[in-house]
Design a protein around this ligand. Structure first.
Ligand SMILES: Cc1ncc(COP(=O)(O)O)c(C=O)c1O
Length: 460
């Protein structure tokens, strides 16, 4: 049995004993021993379902023999290539990426994670605009409430001004716009109509920033922050694409979370029939068997770099052969086991639990796509009142989830939730894409038990 009684709030674990020299903390004293498929096992013998796939990153199952073999085989050949030499595995992965990426997104620059991918894309945007003769284009418009990474540059295009804590004075701030939100849709208007109207925010922002200075618009295919996983209507993305084309603004789709099958297609922008000029990926790209990310650019963006433009960039670990081997094997496993199709087929099974979840007094909304569900937790659905800070509701939620056999990725927004928004605390259900129908019902049963005990403990 799990050691958490479910009544007393957990204390944050202090870095003591063997953790004394770790700089960052872990809030729960559960140490992993092994993992297989969708399951995680701790050193006490407890079994958990990896309900959020780590932080929405474990797209293929844990401990897959094919993955281990591929990584091992690469290590048997060579573990690193000097950057002045040709990196064969890198070429193989880039070719595979071209075969699955939408439309003309064909050339990839490999990095080691999502933040590196977005940071790299930001530099690529600037050099690309310079190469096209637009010397003043340098501003990158992004969305309020978005999240694109933890480096100084990616924090600059994330979140709202003032929400980046101590780093705020260090950031280069560009204009930001509101993302698409169903919550703001006027009554009587269709989602498609509201999508077109919402997209106009981008045109306004370009106008006020100065069209000559705007290099790119960077966004995730679905909502972030309070609106996490709100899926915009097709009209929204189509209008955004038109606006970008009109003002020579590059469209950068951050598919770090949504890429590699999570939403039931290889890449989420395919749902809208809209192709970005630049796409960033990471997380599910290697199923987290190794740190890996990519920036994939269209043939048009790549054109000057094939001739005389030189991309001023480079990381020692970029295109690391062992990570690349994991990336190649991930695509093979996704194809072989038809996991993208499974994510599409399992959507109905996962969302068949929607009404049951909404019957809980604390669940305001259930939304998402593919094998990606987000629930919005509030104390009171009618008033949208939120839990007192001292109740540590999100920590308790995760603690009880562990007790009921779920490892859930907790919201980062709860504790910092801005009162102005009157919105809830998102939780994420994004298991490995190999999950079966039976396992989904088991997972959702565990979630139901977690919610019931959570509500009882909070006295709701
Ligand atoms: C949309 C998006 N972009 C970028 C990142 C940063 O990725 P990483 O944590 O691999 O640096 C994340 C991480 O959650 C993300 O959700």
């Amino acid at each position: 049995m799990n050691q958490y009684p479910g009544k007393n709030l957990p204390e944050y674990i202090k870095p003591e004993g063997k953790w004394a020299n770790t700089f960052s903390y872990h809030p729960f004293d559960v140490e992993l021993r092994e993992a297989k498929g969708i399951y995680l096992y701790d050193t006490e013998g407890n079994q958990y379902i990896d309900a959020s796939g780590g932080p929405m990153a474990v797209n293929i199952g844990h401990n897959d023999e094919r993955m281990k073999r591929a990584i091992h085989e690469q290590l048997d050949k060579f573990n690193f290539v000097h950057p002045i030499l040709a990196n064969g595995p890198k070429a193989e992965l880039c070719n595979k990426l071209a075969s699955i990426a939408p439309g003309t997104l064909n050339a990839s620059y490999l990095v080691s994670g999502g933040s590196e991918a977005v940071d790299t894309a930001m530099k690529l945007v600037r050099q690309s605009q310079l190469a096209r003769g637009h010397k003043d284009k340098h501003k990158i418009i992004s969305n309020h409430e978005s999240y694109h990474g933890m480096t100084i540059a990616t924090l600059s295009v994330s979140g709202s001004a003032g929400s980046q804590g101590p780093f705020e004075p260090m950031l280069q701030r560009y204009p930001q716009i509101n993302q698409y939100s169903d919550y703001k849709k006027p009554e009587g208007m269709t989602r498609e109509e509201w999508g077109t109207i919402s997209a106009q925010e981008l045109e306004h922002a370009i106008h006020y920033a100065g069209p000559k200075t705007v290099a790119a618009y960077l966004a995730t295919p679905h909502g972030a922050g309070c609106d996490y996983a709100v899926v915009p209507p097709t009209s929204y993305w189509q209008r955004i694409r038109e606006i970008c084309d009109h003002y020579d603004v590059l469209l950068v789709a951050d598919e770090v979370v949504t890429g590699f099958g999570r939403t039931g297609k290889w890449f989420a922008m395919e749902h809208f029939g809209v192709q970005a000029d630049i796409m960033t990926t990471a997380k599910g790209m290697s199923g987290m068997y190794a740190p890996l990310g990519a920036v994939t650019v269209s043939d048009e963006v790549n054109e000057p770099f094939k001739k005389d433009a030189y991309f001023i960039h480079g990381f020692t670990g970029g295109g690391h052969p062992v990570a690349v081997a994991a990336g190649i094997a991930t695509i093979d496993v996704l194809r072989e086991d038809k996991l993208v199709e499974n994510a599409a087929n399992m959507e109905a099974v996962l969302f068949s639990h929607k009404q049951q979840l909404l019957s809980h007094p604390t669940i305001k909304d259930i939304r998402g796509w593919g094998l990606f569900m987000v629930g919005e937790l509030v104390k009171n659905k009618d008033t949208m009142e939120f839990f007192d800070q001292n109740q540590q509701a999100e920590l308790l939620f995760q603690q009880l989830a562990l007790k009921h056999g779920l490892v859930m990725y907790g919201s980062l927004y709860g504790a910092r939730r801005q009162p102005a928004f009157r919105r809830g605390l998102p939780f994420w259900i994004s298991p490995p894409l190999c999950i079966t129908e039976e396992q989904i019902h088991d997972m959702m049963g565990r979630l139901d038990e977690t919610l019931t005990e959570w509500e009882q403990t909070l006295g709701l």
